[in-house]
Design a protein around this ligand. Structure first.
Ligand SMILES: C[S@@+](CC[C@H](N)C(=O)[O-])C[C@H]1O[C@@H](n2cnc3c(N)ncnc32)[C@H](O)[C@@H]1O
Length: 158
């Protein structure tokens, strides 16, 4: 699993109970990477485990995606334009290493923190919606409200 725009790593820690072999948080800010690693270390000390978490200081548009990365998680990280470049990177990885890939977008706010419309898709997801190779499979409703629904897209073979 790869979480792009990992910020302080909150979304890297929650999949602990899920069967991921590895979780890689990709974050462009070196300062936030340091904070994320410190947060993960604090969680490790408090609860143990989390050995499978890693934070990488990289631009998600050019990040060297692991050949086995299967789930890409986005919590309000980018504009639609940046997400276009991230999808180009993911699609190149899938062409080089064919595999099943799922995108998960959650949070309908804007990357700058302003609130989006509750009935509009997350801004990053708009990039996937415009591409035929990404098929929207389902919306997983959030118990906290429509704002935090998760939109899942699957890569369709070309
Ligand atoms: C709104 S925050 C996302 C919140 C985060 N997902 C969380 O759960 O707390 C957006 C993050 O994406 C990062 N970011 C923006 N563009 C990026 C890029 N091209 N590659 C990697 N990270 C990026 C920013 O540095 C910022 O930390």
């Amino acid at each position: 699993m790869s979480t792009s725009g990992a910020a302080r790593a909150a979304c890297c820690c929650w999949p602990r109970s899920l069967p991921f072999r590895r979780v890689v948080g990709v974050e462009a800010s070196a300062t936030l990477c340091d904070i994320a690693r410190a947060n993960i270390e604090a969680v490790r000390r408090a609860r143990g485990g989390h050995e499978h978490l890693e934070v990488v200081h990289a631009d998600a548009t050019t990040f060297d995606i692991p050949a086995d990365a299967g789930l890409f998680y986005f919590y309000e990280p980018f504009s639609t334009e940046v997400c276009e470049a991230v999808l180009d990177n993911i699609e190149a990885s899938v062409r080089q290493h064919p595999r099943a890939v799922v995108l998960c977008f959650t949070g309908r706010g804007q990357p700058d923190g302003t609130e989006g419309e509750a009935d509009s898709p997350p801004v990053a997801a708009a990039a996937a919606q415009q591409r035929p190779q990404w098929q929207e499979r389902c919306v997983v409703p959030s118990p906290d409200g429509v704002f935090y629904d998760a939109l899942l897209f699957e890569h369709a073979p070309e």
